[in-house]
Design a protein around this ligand. Structure first.
Ligand SMILES: *Cc1c(COP(=O)(O)O)cnc(C)c1O
Length: 466
């Protein structure tokens, strides 16, 4: 399988090259040249597989330049660190199913992709005798999942910027209490936007980027999308076993369109098994407006109790555009360049219809989110985190569209990561799992720097692997 850019400006490359490239050199995003078909016979074979074995079968379709033995090993060591053999268990509640994606080391779904990506990076760098310095900015979940994905690995250092004193205490501690020497936490005296602007500026200094072999871990890496395709297929099998259903609908709390894009790929692979994808947003509703009104228009970011979905520009959206525009990369390029000037893309009636064949969407406000946590606690004695609650609330509002088709809501984080929202909803803190228990007692390591590009560059130069 070869990979191409949504903007058509690169020659097809291999999977390994795609993983190392991250963002395509022409500014586009990488996608497989074709989407494989998974027929009924294959699906029958896949049904009985364990999570890691299913992951191997799915990924083999997209990876032709890593041997099967190596890939199996990388998958196995990535998912061994999860606290359940099932990796992503499906739980039946009264009105819907929950796909628990928070059993990895940092208790959010990003572990599923970043544990694998960390192992892949280490393997590829060692094989090619190269080094890499990962640089990223975080407002919460991504930073800790990325740090846990590469901590202690050979040939990799990681530098994560977060706004000093402005991420939740638990999220900050998850990042800063990691003792491994290849982890560098930079607390910026500024906002998340400052952090992101600094990272962007450093990446655009190509001389600096090449000298220090800077790598990115944001959700534009194809390997992250691929790792996430697996749990949609796994969950479909589990629910169809339990209920005999031939179709399911997924509800996906969405920010950067990464997770739900993986669902879109899974929907294509399994043809008609996934009926629809519910795209659930919080008050940052650009993607809901896209699905419902055919307009993708930037607004300003509203901070909410589901902070990992507080985004305006959805970095994976361009991948979907490529398919919506019938793989017309010239048009994708034009539209994206225009979008960077105007902040707006509009869609024809016909395009809107096609989008609505795959997606249905609802935006959920914070009061509804809190009420949903309270409701589900009273009916099922199950505590949702606020991101998951956005997806559950959207599913409940849209339920009439699905008749008897079961709904599987993605549970993207453990509630203990967001105790304030949970306490507002049910009057008490969620129990802390072992991974978070003595967090406050662990030793912290971080460097506070001003929001100054050259200061951050100096710090990286002093600590980078070269
Ligand atoms: C990142 C994140 C999301 C949003 O996922 P996208 O891939 O950006 O759409 C939702 N919930 C949680 C808990 C997250 O960490």
């Amino acid at each position: 399988m070869k990979y191409i850019s949504t903007r058509g400006g690169i020659e097809p490359i291999s999977f390994k090259q795609a993983v190392m490239m991250g963002l395509a050199r022409d500014g586009g995003l990488l996608l497989p040249e074709t989407l494989p078909v998974v027929d009924e016979d294959i699906q029958t074979r896949w049904r009985s597989l364990s999570y890691p074995d299913l992951a191997l079968e799915v990924m083999k379709l997209f990876i032709s330049d890593i041997s099967e033995d190596t890939l199996k090993h990388l998958i196995n060591i990535s998912y061994q660190v999860f606290d359940t053999k099932e990796v992503t268990p499906v739980v039946a509640l009264k009105d819907f199913f929950l796909l628990e994606l928070f059993h990895g080391p940092t208790l959010a779904f990003k572990d599923i992709a970043l544990q694998l990506l960390g192992n892949m990076f280490e393997y590829l760098l060692t094989q090619e005798n190269k080094k890499m310095n990962i640089l990223g900015a975080t407002s919460g979940d991504t930073g800790s999942a990325a740090i846990y994905g590469v901590k202690g690995r050979k040939n990799i250092n990681i530098f994560i910027l977060h706004p000093h004193g402005r991420v939740s205490p638990i999220q900050a501690l998850q990042m800063t209490t990691v003792p491994e020497k290849n982890v560098f936490n930079i607390a910026i005296e500024g906002t998340f936007d400052d952090c992101q602007a600094i990272v962007k500026a450093i990446f655009s200094d190509l001389e600096f980027k090449d000298k220090y072999q800077l790598g990115a871990v944001n959700s534009i890496n194809w390997a992250r999308v691929l790792a996430q395709v697996v749990y949609y297929i796994y969950a479909y099998f589990r629910v169809s076993e339990q209920t005999g259903t031939k179709q399911v609908t997924f509800s996906v709390p969405t920010g950067n369109f990464g997770d739900i894009f993986a669902g879109y790929i899974a929907k294509n692979l399994l043809s008609n098994k996934i009926y629809k994808l519910i795209l659930a947003t919080n008050e940052n509703d650009i993607l809901t407006r896209f699905v419902c009104k055919g307009e993708y228009k930037l607004g300003s970011v509203i901070p909410t109790i589901s902070p990992s979905m507080d985004i305006q520009i959805a970095s994976n959206f361009e991948r979907y555009l490529f398919y919506l525009y019938n793989r017309d990369s010239k048009r994708v390029k034009e539209v994206m360049l225009n979008f960077s000037k105007t902040g707006c893309i509009t869609f024809s009636q016909e395009e809107q219809k096609r989008t609505q064949k795959d997606f249905i969407s609802e935006s959920i406000n914070q009061d509804e989110t809190i009420a949903t946590i309270a409701d589900v606690y009273s009916t099922d004695k199950y505590i949702l985190d606020p991101h998951t609650a956005v997806g559950v609330c959207a599913a409940q509002k849209l339920r009439n569209n699905f008749n008897d088709i079961p709904i599987i809501c993605l549970a993207t984080a453990h509630p203990a990561k967001f105790p304030d929202a949970v306490k507002r909803a049910i009057g008490k803190d969620p129990d802390r799992p072992d991974a978070l228990k003595d967090l406050e007692k662990r030793k912290q390591r971080l460097t506070v720097l001003p929001a100054d590009i050259s200061k951050v560059k100096d710090y990286i130069s002093q600590n980078a692997l070269i």
